[in-house]
Design a protein around this ligand. Structure first.
Ligand SMILES: [Mg+2]
Length: 231
């Protein structure tokens, strides 16, 4: 059995900054900031877990860890609410090139299972992908709330997807597909294979320096990607 675990932002979709804007509004609302903070360029979202991003933003806004912890649930609910209303009008949010064709082919491939590996809370990932009808490809996965770091989240994804499919899986049979060097690092540290795609916010050079097993510009080459993911 093989597992193909996909990152969400920059790999499957480009949500056009909708998450960042929803989170800025959620911080303003939850902590009565008066104005919505500008987070672009201040916090690195790509490849990071949502709870870690929250702590980083809190520090930036001089909100203590204690305050953040006390308001954690309220912040999360506010974020998901803003995200859901923004995604009702997805605007420039789009599925990245080649993704749908690749997922359809992989979905039809015997002995290969699909899952998600993302720093998004599961609810956030589902909301972002809903307008693009991608959720049905991914019954489960590992999400921002599932571990302290991306490598731990990836292990949760493997256990869940394997359990859901009723099989077992060797680390060498797992491939992480992502747009950040953090995706590559989380795969390598677990002994998984890695496919880096330069369709997000990380340059080809930075991705190459992380030494993924494969590096592609986008997910358009369905046949060759299928070859990589099934061999
Ligand atoms: Mg990403």
């Amino acid at each position: 059995m093989r597992l193909a675990l996909f990152d969400v932002d920059g790999t499957l979709i480009d949500a056009d900054g909708v998450g960042r804007r929803a989170l800025a509004k959620a911080f303003a609302e939850t902590f009565n900031l008066g104005e919505t903070p500008e987070l672009a360029g201040q916090v690195r979202f790509s490849g990071a877990l949502d709870p870690v991003i929250h702590r980083e933003i809190a520090r930036l806004l001089n909100i203590s860890d204690k305050q953040l912890e006390a308001a954690g649930e309220q912040l999360r609910a506010s974020y998901l609410g803003h995200l859901a209303s923004a995604c009702r009008h997805p605007g420039k949010s789009r599925v990245l090139p080649g993704v749908r064709q690749l997922l359809e082919r992989l979905d039809a491939t015997k002995d290969l299972w699909l899952g998600l590996i993302t720093g998004n809370f599961e609810a956030g990932a589902r909301i972002k992908m809903a307008p693009h009808h991608l959720n049905h490809f991914f019954p489960s996965g590992g999400f921002g709330e599932d571990g302290p770091d991306r490598a731990a989240v990836a292990r949760v994804a493997v256990v869940r997807v394997a359990a859901g499919s009723g099989g077992s899986v060797e680390p060498a049979m797992v491939t992480i597909i992502g747009d950040s060097e953090r995706d590559v690092a989380c795969g390598r540290s677990n002994g998984y294979r890695t496919l880096a795609v330069a369709s997000g916010w990380t340059s080809r050079e930075v991705l190459a320096a992380a030494e993924p097993d494969h590096l592609v510009a986008d997910l358009l080459g369905t046949d060759s990607l299928l070859e990589i993911l099934t061999n």
